[in-house]
Design a protein around this ligand. Structure first.
Ligand SMILES: [Zn+2]
Length: 549
């Protein structure tokens, strides 16, 4: 879906210029021509709006190859005769047709420019069929590097899965590989050897026996979906399901696991309906009722594939048995079930236009883990968990990456980002209001692709707070604000240091056990105390550094 492209571009450009003018972004790295083709809204992408894909492929585990086609349907927004399709080497785009006529293709690395013969008229809906084949890049460290994982289960059956976050879906199928334009709906047909089955996104419409020792599974996705959310998972799966009574009515929750893990999964996946209950409370209805919710076992850790969240946490609590917070609270739930499902709201419902803004996906989703704890174990437990994760912050680069070159910001988008949001919750200082802000965020930007600026503007407006300096500080700089203070007799002196221009943030402190707000600035301020030797404690829910001077 093309969302007011021009105003979006202007926002992105303004944001870039502002941030750079303030010297807050990292120095420009060297990016290649290929990075620009992949990461920008090129003229050959801009003129058409994706409406529908039918990906129809055959997967051959023996040769580790894929062959097939993708029907790409689109609406013409403005005149142009050249269309960009992305497909990464070593896969080969063999042919592109429109109305049964083969078209000329100019290959430029992983971008392919197709010249259309038929006149493209504004408002018309047309399609091209992109044929491809080959041996896709193999994922060695999935999901971190991406590609196809060709593995075996303990019984020697093929166990195959795709993962492609960041790298892009064009690593395994031809598409318009940019986040800004989500397809409105999609069919996924995958042919595999008999004895295996493929689980993709959406709902299973049919299984066809091809009489040549293969079967085809046809899946339909009824909602807009981002490319990297599309996936294939092929294995000797067992299946069980339940109906969850949710905010929008009955939600089908289906679980696909290796046969050997069926009994374990029936017990362990009880975290899934628990997750659904907590997240619908905090974020509003699950955004894809029409497509159901699935957890699908895969031979790697896991990924937020839309309506088919993939799972490989080995049926352990925590992150492969570890607690990322070091507080013990992280062992109360299966990290992958909770975190990857949190992405259904932040990544799949609300999607970044440019992956430079990926903090929108990861900061909110990491933050969702503590809201899960909040729902079941209370506010204190949740706070301990999110505060505990601060030790993992590296402060190497800002959370926002470089725009238009397919570049992500720092990995701090997880731990620093969630602590930024935890701090914002303190500033809002009204838990019910905060919950409504998060729910409205999901309804306002329902099934949309967005910029950081849109999220910032909404949060400022909904909270009634001036957050410009706050977001510049936490998103665009690596500086953590320092509260310097000193108790002298009956006086408390305090100020902010290590802050960016325009940083304004009140903070809660306790003086002799009595809570109160102060509004430090970069200039020294003095508060009169009732007694000498008062004990001052700064609320640790705020993600800052505290220093006595
Ligand atoms: Zn994530």
């Amino acid at each position: 879906m093309n969302k007011t492209l021009i105003s979006t571009l202007i926002l992105v450009i303004t944001l870039c210029v502002n941030a750079n003018a303030q010297g807050l972004l990292q120095e420009k790295n060297k990016f290649t021509h290929q990075d620009t083709l992949r990461g920008s809204i090129t003229p050959e992408r801009e003129w058409w709006d994706l409406t529908y894909y039918h990906l129809d492929i055959k997967v051959n585990p023996e040769t580790k190859t894929i062959a097939g086609k993708n029907t790409i349907q689109y609406t013409v927004l403005k005149p142009n005769q050249v269309l960009q399709i992305d497909l990464q080497e070593p896969l080969v785009l063999t042919k592109v047709t429109q109305n049964d006529k083969a078209l000329e293709i100019k290959h430029d690395g992983n971008a392919h420019f197709v010249t259309l013969k038929d006149q493209q008229n504004i408002g018309e809906t047309n399609n091209v069929i992109a044929y491809y084949e080959g041996k896709p890049r193999e994922a060695i460290r999935a999901p971190w590097d991406g590609g196809i994982s060709w593995k075996k289960d303990n019984n020697g059956n093929d166990f195959i899965a795709s993962s492609c976050q960041g790298l892009g879906a064009s690593v395994w199928w031809p598409n318009k590989d940019h986040m800004y334009d989500e397809v409105d709906s999609m069919d996924i047909s995958v042919t595999v050897p008999k004895g295996l089955m493929n689980v993709s996104n959406g709902r299973l419409k049919s299984v066809i026996d091809n009489k040549d020792e293969t079967i085809t599974t046809n899946w339909h996705v009824a909602n807009p979906i981002n490319n990297y959310g599309v996936n294939i998972n092929i294995g000797n799966y067992a299946n069980f399901s339940e109906v969850y009574k949710g905010e929008k009515g009955d939600l089908d929750m289906n679980y696909f696991v290796l046969k050997e893990n069926l009994e374990k999964a029936k017990e362990h996946f009880k975290d899934a309906p628990k997750m659904m209950k907590a997240f619908e409370h905090w974020f509003g209805p699950y955004p894809f009722y029409e497509d159901s919710f699935k957890l699908v076992e895969v031979p790697y850790l896991g990924m937020e594939h839309q309506s088919s969240v993939t799972y490989g946490n080995k049926y352990m609590n925590g992150y492969l048995g570890d607690d990322l917070s070091g507080t013990g609270w992280g062992l109360k739930f299966d990290f992958i079930i909770i975190h990857e499902s949190g992405h259904e709201w932040f990544a799949n419902n609300i999607t970044n236009i440019d992956i430079a803004d990926m903090w929108i996906h990861e900061s909110f989703t990491s933050y969702s883990e503590n809201l899960f704890l909040d729902y079941y174990y209370g506010k204190e437990a949740a706070a301990e968990y999110v505060i505990g994760k601060r030790k993992n912050v590296r402060n190497d680069r800002p959370l926002i990456g470089q725009y238009n070159v397919n570049n992500e910001g720092s990995g701090d988008m997880y731990y620093k980002g969630e602590n930024m949001l935890h701090t914002l919750r303190q500033l809002v200082n009204d838990d019910e209001k905060w919950r409504q802000i998060l729910r409205t965020l999901n309804s306002k930007f329902y099934h949309q692709t967005v910029t950081t600026q849109q999220i910032e503007d909404y949060l400022a407006e909904a909270s009634g707070l001036d957050l410009k300096g706050f977001f510049n500080q936490y998103l665009r700089s690596i500086k953590i604000p320092v509260l310097e203070y000193k108790v002298e007799g009956k006086k408390l002196n305090y100020k902010w240091t290590n802050t960016v221009d325009g940083f304004v943030m009140p903070i809660q402190i306790e003086i002799n056990g009595q809570s109160q707000w102060i509004l430090p600035t970069s200039k020294n301020q003095t508060l009169k105390l009732k007694s000498k030797n008062s004990k001052v404690v700064v609320d640790r829910d705020f993600y800052i550094t505290v220093k006595e001077f």
